[in-house]
Design a protein. Structure first.
Length: 87
């Protein structure tokens, strides 16, 4: 009986998980946190001269919601055209 139980558990451990393999779905990335959004905004504003009287142009991806600097035209993750963040 012990051999049957051991064989059963050995078979289960060798079989692996049905969801992990080449056909498994990609993990979902968590939503961007407020801290990450602020860091992105600081990177955009960091190189600008303060007191120009103009707000910096910040773009965002309509798909992911992530923010990017104005020099990018397309979302690096999805390839979708970035939109200007309304002031």
């Amino acid at each position: 009986m012990d051999k049957i139980i051991c064989s059963f558990f050995l078979l289960l451990s060798l079989a692996g998980c049905a969801t992990s393999g080449p056909g498994a779905a990609a993990p979902v990335k968590p939503a961007e946190t407020v801290g990450q959004q602020l860091d992105a905004a600081r990177k955009v504003v960091g190189g600008m001269v303060v007191g120009t009287g103009r707000a910096p142009v910040i773009k965002y991806s309509p798909t992911t919601g992530k923010h990017y600097s104005s020099d990018l035209e397309f979302d690096p993750e999805t390839g979708e055209k970035l939109e200007v963040l309304p002031e």
